[in-house]
Design a protein around this ligand. Structure first.
Ligand code: IMP
Ligand code: MG
Length: 188
């Protein structure tokens, strides 16, 4: 079970290091302290590892939206928690676990634009390009995916399960059946 590994612990660390350096390079001449915005809850694990490698002063903030049920996007995006700090005139880096259809990121960019930032950059652990419905550019990409597989682990969940895993795997039908069993037996 869970053995179709897409990124292991070492590979995840390497990606955080590489992207942390790229972001440092991009943000090194900012006048105002930039804001790194994690999209809850999927990007939490990645965000914590990534910011260790950003070597310029930053503020961190979080925003929460939801749109998924099981392995399918509902297409309806809800803002659950808005930014806590004003990012007016500051560069913002949105940190996501995965950009899939692009609907969530499109919504987030439009929403954060209303706060009048200086600039918005997008950093995503995964860029699932074949699934794109809305054109969204990812400035900092961890790993580009060529197949439309549902990924689980390291923040990415299946109905809230498996966020705690230190690796990411591509879900097989057997994995999904196993996870459905765990959910079915919850509190019995
Ligand atoms: P989009 O709006 O279709 O681009 O979906 C983006 C959001 O859906 C991501 O932030 C994830 O929370 C979730 N998501 C998309 N694909 C996957 C996946 O393969 N595994 C887990 N969550 C996913
Ligand atoms: Mg997400």
């Amino acid at each position: 079970m869970f053995d179709n590994i897409v990124l292991n612990k070492d590979e995840l660390e390497e990606i955080s290091y590489r992207l942390g350096q790229e972001i440092t390079d991009t943000l090194k001449n900012e006048k105002k302290i930039p804001v790194i915005v994690g999209v809850m809850k999927g990007s939490m694990n990645f965000m914590m590892d990534l910011i260790k490698y950003i070597e310029v002063p930053i503020f961190t903030d979080y925003i929460q939206i939801s749109s998924y049920a099981g392995t399918k996007s509902t297409g309806r995006i809800q803002l659950i928690k808005d930014l806590s700090y004003e990012c007016e005139g500051r560069s913002v880096v949105i940190v996501e676990d995965i950009v899939d259809t692009g609907k969530s990121m499109h919504y987030l960019i439009e929403h954060i634009m209303t706060h009048n930032p200086r600039n918005i950059y997008v950093c995503s652990l995964f860029d699932k390009k074949p699934a794109r419905v809305i054109d969204v550019n990812v400035d900092f990409v961890g790993k580009e995916l060529t197949e439309d597989t549902f990924l689980i682990g390291y923040g990415l969940d299946y109905n809230e399960l498996c966020r705690e895993l230190p690796y990411v795997f591509g879900a097989t039908n057997e994995d999904i059946e196993e996870l459905d069993k765990i959910l079915k037996n919850d509190d019995k």
